[in-house]
Design a protein. Structure first.
Length: 247
């Protein structure tokens, strides 16, 4: 998972450097890229808007998007790998206990991936200590597994809040640039303030777009975590019921 995060972060840095170089060469190559009346593709339009918004804030907003997506992808992969068929696992554990006892059930849990199997193993490992200790082990280790499921989600929420804030900061800076142009020229005309206002609006739009994209991933991840946690709680109750019946 760390490799995914690293690759996407490096890609983001390369894209930011590319946008800065393009911005520096824009004045000399603008007439060679495309005729004024020719329609631009989505990629060209997006690239042009990022250049017009300025590499400073656009680059930071882009980096925020890439880091947020890296965390989201890592979490989605981890959560999908942590998802198991709890009903099937409970049935297999019960069958293993009937055929081979607690050790067979522990071996089954040891060879099964996912937080539910790990919780089962911790509970079965304390069967000889009584049902109360089994319940404590299940609850305690369930909290540990929940922490692993929610790992790095707080960073994703930070990027969701940070992206529009960066966009609004770019808005303020763009308006300051517009008033600076008015002060230098001494004349308030649409051409004087258009550049600063355009930068202000573009940074705001890109910041909001990044926040919307990351918010969609965030809500999916949260719903996935809630689903896994509910399965963990339900399966834990069933494990305790199985152990009580066996006793």
């Amino acid at each position: 998972m760390k490799k995914v995060f690293t690759i996407l972060a490096i890609t983001g840095l390369l894209l930011i450097g590319s946008s800065q170089n393009t911005y520096a060469q824009d004045n000399s190559t603008k007439t060679e890229q495309v005729a004024e009346d020719a329609p631009l593709s989505f990629r060209q339009e997006l690239k042009q808007r990022m250049i017009e918004g300025g590499p400073a804030f656009m680059g930071i907003v882009l980096l925020t998007l890439i880091l947020g997506l890296a965390i989201a992808i890592e979490r989605i992969i981890y959560l999908n790998m942590s998802t198991t068929n709890t009903k099937k696992l409970v049935a297999n554990v019960e069958d293993a206990m009937e055929s081979g006892g607690v050790e067979a059930a522990k071996e089954l849990c040891r060879n099964t991936k996912g937080p539910v199997a790990s919780i089962f193993y911790q509970g079965l490992d304390r069967v000889d200590e009584g049902i109360e200790n089994v319940e404590k082990a299940v609850v305690g280790y369930g909290g540990v597994q929940m922490g692993l499921l929610e790992k790095n989600i707080s960073w994703l929420s930070l990027f969701i809040a940070l992206a529009p804030m960066l966009g609004f900061m770019g808005t303020v800076i763009g308006m300051i640039q517009a008033f600076d142009n008015i002060q230098k020229s001494g004349v308030m005309s649409p051409a004087t303030v258009a550049g600063g206002i355009k930068v202000a609006l573009l940074t705001t739009v890109f910041g909001l777009v990044v926040a919307i994209i990351l918010q969609i991933f965030y809500n999916y991840i949260i719903s996935k975590v809630d689903s896994i946690v509910n399965n963990m709680e339900d399966a834990s109750i069933k494990l305790i019921d199985i152990l009580v019946r066996k006793k």
